[in-house]
Design a protein. Structure first.
Length: 454
């Protein structure tokens, strides 16, 4: 088709749109192929709208979850006379609240509205995070940390449920990865910002200033997000129809599962729950205590601690993006999970063996461990939506993520406990190394073939 003809058609489309005639009907009527530019623009619309909203929301959740380690290292423990045992309890209580309320929240998101659940969660966790900077009572602080976990508990599975409604199998690993990038990217800039905030306004000011944005963002979320493509007025009708048909076709290839109990009894789901618990021990032991580990080096101030704490997450972001891209391109999941967890385990073990001789050797190995632990998230959560039908996939992800929260509780508490008990970090490195290695082994056993659960 020559340029003049294309311009004529585009002008005709414009006139018809003014008259409220859909371009999909126009092309169908005249038996024309839609220009590639229209197809790519409409495909991009989902990514440009949904992914930034999901990323920023999860980023804010992770900010208010992970900044406790900086508060503890930046004077909170001293000011409130918090012992190492109580500090470990406070760090891990978040995950206990997170563990208990995953499944009810995911059920609400699946059967009613992920949009509404996340809106109220944003307001709740922003208020609780701000309250952390206002209290001096240890008992109240314990309650706040537990409730913060409760409020945030359903956000991650609700987000995965939401994305599974908006992105197809060929897109899902990347979509999940862009969501989970909110984790390392947040820690990256939070590590630097929190160091400066503590130096400028103290640990109380840091918690307050980092808690308020979640409350404000809740109203942007409510304005821009739709629970389902069929309700999205901004999505072109032709793409909406194509997307819904593709998602329905994918579900037809998965054997129906009657109810949640049947899904929970699946050997694959049980093993993945155990796998994710062990994986999370390594991740959250690392996240919660990395600032303390770095701060313990000779002549290390809080600002330098912040900059160095950010480095592993730069490499984590790069590794996550590369892994997600190749996982979707090759349509392989398992091979992009267990080898990377094994590398993380080896890096922790080598850090234990060699780190005593040099801080910088230990630090480089910790960077490798951090990047390796984060890389498999996108492919891992894509697996679940590809082996279970949508009526149980959301709550099954919540169950798996609940065990991840339990592992996070154990990791955050025991790593802190071992650090205090031994006076060094060798025992905690071995603990995280062993957990990641077992996680890699269970991945191999759990997913022998990537076929739907029977």
């Amino acid at each position: 088709m020559n340029v003049v003809a294309q311009i004529t058609i585009w002008n005709f489309i414009y006139v018809c749109k003014k008259a409220e005639i859909g371009h999909d009907k126009i092309f169908s009527k005249f038996k024309l192929h839609q220009p590639a530019i229209m197809k790519s623009a409409s495909s991009a619309s989902r990514w440009y709208r949904m992914i930034p909203m999901a990323f920023i929301t999860y980023s804010l959740a992770y900010l208010d979850r992970a900044n406790f380690g900086f508060g503890a290292a930046g004077g909170m423990a001293t000011d409130l006379h918090i012992t190492s045992a109580v500090s470990s309890l406070l760090s891990s209580l978040f995950f206990l609240g997170y563990f208990f309320f995953q499944i009810p929240g995911a059920s609400f998101a699946s059967n009613r509205s992920a949009k509404k659940l996340i809106f109220w969660s944003l307001i709740g966790w922003g208020a609780l995070a701000t309250a952390t900077g206002l209290t001096s009572n240890i008992t109240l602080l314990i309650v706040i940390r537990f409730m913060l976990g409760v409020v945030e508990s359903a956000v991650f599975p609700a987000m995965l449920i939401l994305l599974s409604r908006w992105f197809t199998k060929n897109e899902r690993s990347r979509a999940n990865t862009f969501l989970i990038l909110g984790n390392p990217v947040t820690i990256l800039w939070m590590s630097v910002l929190s160091g400066y905030l503590i130096k400028s306004v103290g640990w109380r000011g840091m918690f307050i200033l980092e808690g308020i944005p979640a409350v404000i963002w809740a109203f942007f979320w409510w304005r821009w997000i739709d629970d389902d493509p069929k309700n999205a007025k901004w999505l072109p009708a032709d793409e909406k129809e194509t997307l819904l048909n593709q998602l329905a076709k994918e579900q037809q290839a998965i054997k129906p599962v009657k109810n949640y109990l049947e899904a929970f009894k699946s050997k694959t789901v049980i093993l993945l729950s155990l796998q994710y618990a062990l994986w999370s021990i390594g991740v959250y032991g690392f996240v919660m205590w990395l600032p303390t580990i770095i701060k313990s080096a000779p002549n290390m101030d809080i600002v330098t601690t912040g900059w160095l704490s950010a480095v592993p997450y730069v490499f984590a972001v790069l590794s996550m993006l590369c892994t997600a891209y190749f996982s979707d391109k090759l349509q392989l999941r398992k091979i992009f999970v267990w080898p990377l967890l094994a590398i993380g385990a080896i890096a922790f073990y080598l850090s234990y063996l060699l780190g005593a001789q040099s801080f910088w050797v230990s630090f480089v190995l910790l960077v490798i461990a951090g990047a390796s632990m984060y890389a498999p998230y996108g492919p891992f959560f894509a697996i679940i939506t590809e082996i279970l039908p949508k009526n149980v996939a959301g709550v099954s992800m919540a169950l798996i993520n609940s065990f991840g929260a339990l592992g996070s509780f154990i990791g955050a508490y025991l790593v802190g406990y071992l650090n205090g008990l031994k006076g060094d970090f060798g025992a905690s490195y071995l603990f995280m190394s062993g957990s990641l290695f077992l996680s890699a082994i269970i991945t191999i056993i759990a997913i022998r073939k990537q076929t739907p659960v029977r």
